[in-house]
Write a protein that binds this ligand. Structure first.
Ligand code: PSU
Ligand code: MN
Length: 301
């Protein structure tokens, strides 16, 4: 069912640290050519930090664990790639389509391949006004049931971060700040939301993962790693742009799976690429942290 690259397969057999990466961020999350350059740069950071990257997506209906550079480039170029979350998997498999996996679908495939640590930029969450729209990302449901650790820069404030935290609490998902007690808000390091648990270093993160798995507490773990100070955006600027993007999405009746890509694209345009720069910087930083957590976990698991 899965096509695991030789490199990733060998690494898994030898208990070397492997880090999963998603493809929706390439096909639907960033413009060309930054999408491809970033995906390749993220892989390089993971390698430079001593782990093996496994970019995950679906090619002609086959789930690939560990894409080569040519395949990654295709995800940045092709226009016929579906955004694939849990519910889309069987359709895309059975119709031999190309699918870019979201956080949710990447978690499913990482788990199936035996990969514990997954690095991304930001996860989906509870959208603003979800009380009326019911728009809650399937990423949260996946964190509630799939045994994978997701390293991200928190949630984008296109979402309602307070509601997202409540949802994760209800679902029993442990949320950690990496060297912080404040939930990062993707483009900025601060959200005003207190996190009870902060991880001081990579080995503490690895020990948490080990306890979760050894005790069969079956669900995901969320590690939030704040964007670096020098890469942060002005909180007021980004908030006003997010509000404008949401108004535009509503006025065009954008719905369902199209909302997040629409907002991301419009935010990049309205910030003249400044948000893209922040996005790239934070994911490279997450790659470093995730690779080192995977390395520590491989030592003790
Ligand atoms: N946030 C980003 N970039 C992204 C996404 C979210 O900053 O590319 C993508 C991820 O793949 C995530 C998905 O899993 O959007 C969530 O989509 P939705 O809100 O439709 O669940
Ligand atoms: Mn949604």
């Amino acid at each position: 069912m899965l096509k695991i690259s030789d490199k990733v397969l060998n690494a898994l057999k030898e208990n070397k640290p492997v880090v999963a990466l998603e493809t929706t961020i390439i096909s639907h999350g960033m413009p060309y050519p930054e999408n491809i350059n970033t995906a390749l740069a993220v892989e390089k950071v993971i390698e430079d930090n001593g782990a093996i990257p496994a970019t995950i997506g679906i090619i002609d209906g086959v789930a690939i664990i560990g894409m080569n550079h040519e395949e990654i480039k295709q995800f940045g170029l092709r226009k016929d790639i579906k955004k694939v979350s849990r519910r889309d998997l069987s359709y895309v498999y059975s119709n031999h389509l190309w699918g870019a996996t979201t956080v949710a679908a990447t978690m499913i495939l990482a788990k199936q391949a035996g990969i514990e640590v997954f690095v991304t930029g930001g996860i989906g969450g509870v959208h603003r006004h979800a009380q009326e729209t019911f728009d809650i990302s399937a990423d949260l449901e996946e964190l509630a049931k799939t045994d994978v650790t997701v390293v991200c820069a928190g949630c984008k404030s296109i979402l309602d971060l307070n509601l997202t935290m409540e949802y994760l609490e209800t679902k029993g998902v442990p949320v950690f700040g990496f060297k912080t007690h404040e939930l990062p808000a993707f483009y900025t390091s601060k959200s005003g939301i207190y996190l009870e648990y902060s991880l001081d270093d990579y080995s503490q993160a690895a020990r948490v993962i080990k306890e979760q798995r050894d005790n069969n507490i079956s669900n995901g773990i969320l590690i939030t790693n704040p964007i670096l100070k020098e890469d942060e955006m002005d909180p007021q600027l980004i908030e006003s742009i997010i509000q404008k993007a949401i108004v535009k999405a509503n006025s065009l009746s954008i719905k369902g799976k199209d909302i997040t890509p629409f907002l991301l694209k419009n935010i990049v345009e309205m910030t003249n690429g400044e948000s893209l720069k922040a996005n790239i910087a934070l994911i490279l930083n997450n790659a470093k942290v995730g690779a080192n957590i995977a390395k520590e976990y491989a030592k003790i698991k």
